[in-house]
Design a protein around this ligand. Structure first.
Ligand code: ATP
Length: 236
């Protein structure tokens, strides 16, 4: 099977600091990969490069056989790269439901041209409600995102990404700040994603990372130093 994502010999510098040094990595369709490593190892930088938030000075990013190195985050989202952030990026004044509708707009592409914003919202309501249910937020659909708990906002941001039906879901420290019960809920949610959805996540919560990932890559000082199977080598 050909790779869904290929990061090829990518270097990202900030001034004199080399955040990523000639990094290569690939992900098969449906693969779940965790990136772990100390602070400053380059984990978030790698996610940003794959999501199109930053560009490498050297190297290439290939998604589904297409060179996306020069594409921005919106174009990549339309191709099927969804992402969440270290601090959940939700629209605080919009209801949980409308946040998910906004997430769906990104992928609506051709349909968007056919519909007025009102009709498009109507078109996206039903799938958005299903997404909210799937992330465990079916009871807060009308609540403004700003009034949700931190854990609920994390789940909502994942819902916003899922509304775009991503083939690659990028998660930056999804378990950070969650209560143990919420971490468990998130683990179940990720396990229930469609088998074809690949996941690339950064996580400091090692038990969670090993529970959701097939493979774990360790980054240190901007370089991958090991990639191991999560099933063979769980954390102690
Ligand atoms: P953490 O676990 O603390 O989030 P990380 O492994 O995600 O760390 P990055 O955030 O990718 O690390 O940062 C890698 C290095 O690049 C760090 O030294 C960081 O200070 C630096 N860096 C990241 N973004 C920028 C930026 N926009 N400008 C300057 N330096 C940056």
């Amino acid at each position: 099977m050909s790779d869904l994502l290929r990061v090829i010999e990518v270097t990202r510098r900030y001034g004199d600091l080399v955040a990523l040094d000639n990094v290569s990595l690939s992900l098969a369709p449906g693969e779940r990969r965790a990136l772990i490593g100390p602070n400053g190892a380059g984990k978030t930088t790698l996610l940003d490069l794959v999501a199109g938030v930053t560009r490498p000075q050297r190297g290439q990013i290939v998604f589904d056989g297409r060179d996306v190195t020069r594409l921005g985050p919106v174009a990549r989202a339309r191709l099927g790269i969804g992402r969440t952030h270290q601090h959940p990026a939700v629209w605080p004044g919009l209801s949980a439901l409308d946040n998910v509708v906004v997430g769906g707009w990104l992928r609506a592409g051709g349909v968007r041209r056919l519909y007025s914003p009102g009709r498009l919202r109507h078109h996206l309501l039903r799938p958005s409600l299903r997404v909210l249910d799937s992330v465990g937020l079916g009871r807060v659909v009308g609540v403004p995102a700003g009034e949700l708990s931190h854990g609920q906002r994390r789940l909502l941001e994942i819902g916003m990404a899922l509304a775009g039906a991503p083939r690659l879901l990028i998660l930056d420290e999804p378990a950070a700040g969650l209560w143990p019960a919420e971490v468990e809920q998130l683990t179940t949610l990720l396990a229930r994603l469609p088998a074809g959805t690949a996941v690339l996540l950064v996580e400091h919560h090692l038990q969670f990372a090993y529970a959701v990932a097939d493979t774990v890559t360790v980054l240190r000082e901007g370089r991958p130093v090991a990639t191991v199977s999560a099933t063979d080598t769980g954390p102690a």
